[in-house]
Design a protein around this ligand. Structure first.
Ligand SMILES: [Zn+2]
Length: 235
């Protein structure tokens, strides 16, 4: 016959196990939240970087435009000077200057075309990054909401589970509770386990025949000589 303490001890164990599982689940939530927040931040950064790439190219285009305008002014000045010079070699020298500036303008305009092409690509990339962010962030925010709800639910369940453990403890003899607490501090549940086929079902090792005899008798609280779990006979 099973000893009187067995049933309440098993109830305590089951409730303590549930309480611990809830605690573990609750403890995982902050890390999960950080992962989601990091994903949101990553999408925000990608959008920001794409925007900055567009802005940098716009600045570069403006800079090239200014430079072309300056070169054109310079050209105009040379042309005006040319109208005033008397000597042929001065006229030739200014022609050479004008041609030089012309070539510089050509180089700048080519650079400008490349920047415009790059700008098209960068703008497309920025639009795509913004769209990706909008879509991903909506989903991630939803996940955060679900997680927050889950956290609240777990807190409620954990509180109830804690109460259930306290109630269960009241029904278990003090000696068993003390032992249970001591073993459960360092050993994973279950710590109240049946003896089967001469073995402790907690650590799966054979127990001595003396221990088995005591367990079958059921008068005393008997611990596994290997792992310290409390043994009972369910034969
Ligand atoms: Zn054992």
């Amino acid at each position: 016959m099973a000893p009187d303490w067995l049933k309440p001890a098993l109830i305590l164990q089951e409730r303590e196990d549930r309480r611990r599982r809830l605690e573990t689940q609750l403890a995982q939530i902050p890390a999960e939240r950080r992962r989601i927040e990091a994903a949101i931040e990553k999408h925000r950064q990608e959008e920001q970087e794409a925007k900055e790439a567009v802005q940098a190219l716009e600045l570069e285009r403006a800079r090239l435009e200014r430079e072309v305008a300056e070169k054109e002014d310079q050209q105009t000045r040379y042309k005006n000077q040319q109208l005033q010079v008397k000597k042929n070699e001065e006229y030739q020298a200014l022609t050479a200057e004008i041609e030089g500036v012309e070539r510089e303008i050509g180089v700048l305009e080519e650079a400008e075309i490349q920047v415009m092409l790059d700008l098209d690509t960068a703008r497309e990339a920025a639009t795509a990054a913004a769209a990706r962010r909008a879509e991903a962030t909506a989903e991630e925010n939803h996940r955060l909401e679900v997680l927050g709800q889950r956290e609240k639910n777990l807190e409620v369940e954990l509180a109830a589970a804690g109460t259930a453990v306290t109630e269960a403890r009241a029904g278990v003899p003090r000696e068993i509770v003390t032992r249970f607490d001591r073993i459960a501090k360092t050993t994973p549940l279950p710590v109240v386990v049946p003896l089967r086929d001469h073995r402790c079902t907690g650590c799966h090792l054979k127990v001595s025949s003396g221990i088995e005899f005591e367990v079958l008798k059921g008068d005393e609280i008997v611990a596994c000589d290997n792992c310290g779990r409390i043994l009972y006979s369910d034969a």
